[in-house]
Design a protein around this ligand. Structure first.
Ligand SMILES: Nc1ncnc2c1ncn2[C@@H]1O[C@H](COP(=O)(O)OP(=O)(O)O)[C@@H](O)[C@H]1O
Ligand SMILES: [Mg+2]
Length: 226
C-alpha cells in the first residue's frame, strides 16, 4: 500500500457516458475526473447501478466515453484505434472481473499466456511464474470448469498481472467467492499492488477493503465524491 508521487498512470477528465437502453437514453456518468498515480490504490464505492462497472470499463479502454478524455500510462485513448487500444490494454492494464471471464476453451496456463502472446513476448515461462505467484503451479493444465471459483479468480489475477501492467482494475473481484477464497484474492491484489508497484483501482462494497486503499471515492449521481 505504498503511496507514490510518481507518474500518473490513469488520467480521466470530464468523462460522460450515456447508454441507449430499452427505455431510451440513460446518462450513467455525467462528469468524472480522476488521476491515479503509479503504485497507489484507489477504492470506488457506490450503490448497485451507480455506474461503477461502466466507469472501470472506460478507464481500462474496454469501452469509449460519450465525451471526455482518458490517458493510460501517458497515452491518450482517443488517439488510438481498436487495435492500438487492445495493445495498450495488453501491456499496461490488468482487469479482474467479478465473473472471472476466463476463456473456457483454454487451460489456465494458456489463459495466462494470452496477454504476452498478444504483445509478441515470450510467454510460457513467464506465465508459469505468474501462476506460481498465485499458488496454482499444480493447475496449469486445468480448464476453467475444472477449477473452483477462487482458483478461477486467481488464474484471472495471474493473467491480469503477467505483463507487468501499470494498473490493475478489479471490479468486485470477490463478489462471487466465499469468504476464505475472497480474502485470498484480496490479499493477492494488495500484495501485487505493494510488491509489483501496479496501481490498484478497486470497486468494492466492503468498507474494510476500501479503508485499506490510499484513497476512496463514492459514485453518486454520475459523479465521484470523496
Ligand atoms: N449495455 C447496457 N445497456 C443498457 N443499460 C446499461 C448497460 N450497461 C449498463 N447499463 C445501465 O447503466 C447503469 C450503470 O450500470 P453499471 O455500470 O453496471 O453499475 P454498477 O457497476 O455500479 O452496478 C445501470 O442503470 C445499468 O442498468
Ligand atoms: Mg458493477
Amino acid at each position: 500500500m505504498s503511496q507514490s508521487s510518481g507518474p500518473v498512470v490513469v488520467s480521466a477528465r470530464n468523462l460522460a457516458k450515456s447508454i441507449v437502453g430499452p427505455s431510451g437514453e440513460l446518462s450513467v456518468l455525467r462528469d468524472v475526473s480522476l488521476e491515479v498515480m503509479a503504485g497507489e490504490s484507489v477504492a470506488i464505492l457506490g450503490a448497485s447501478g451507480s455506474g461503477k462497472s461502466t466507469l472501470l470499463g472506460l478507464l481500462a479502454g474496454l469501452d469509449r466515453p460519450s465525451s471526455g478524455e482518458i490517458s493510460l500510462a501517458g497515452q491518450s485513448l482517443s488517439m488510438l484505434n481498436e487495435d492500438g487500444r487492445a495493445r495498450l490494454r495488453a501491456g499496461k492494464v490488468g482487469f479482474v472481473f467479478q465473473s472471472f471471464q476466463l476463456l473456457p476453451g483454454l487451460t489456465a496456463l494458456e489463459n495466462v499466456m494470452l496477454p504476452l502472446e498478444l504483445l509478441g513476448r515470450p510467454a510460457d515461462e513467464v506465465a508459469r511464474d505468474a501462476l506460481a505467484r498465485v499458488g496454482l503451479s499444480e493447475r496449469l493444465r486445468h480448464y476453467p470448469h475444472q477449477l473452483s471459483g477462487g482458483e478461477q479468480q486467481r488464474v484471472a489475477i495471474a493473467r491480469a498481472f503477467v505483463a507487468r501492467p501499470a494498473v490493475l482494475f478489479a471490479d468486485e473481484p470477490t463478489g462471487n467467492l466465499d469468504e476464505s477464497s475472497g480474502s485470498q484474492v484480496t490479499e493477492l491484489l494488495f500484495s501485487l499492488n505493494a510488491e509489483e508497484g501496479a496501481a490498484l483501482v478497486l470497486v468494492t462494497h466492503d468498507p474494510a477493503l476500501a479503508a485499506r486503499c490510499n484513497r476512496r471515492y463514492k459514485l453518486i449521481g454520475g459523479a465521484l465524491q470523496p
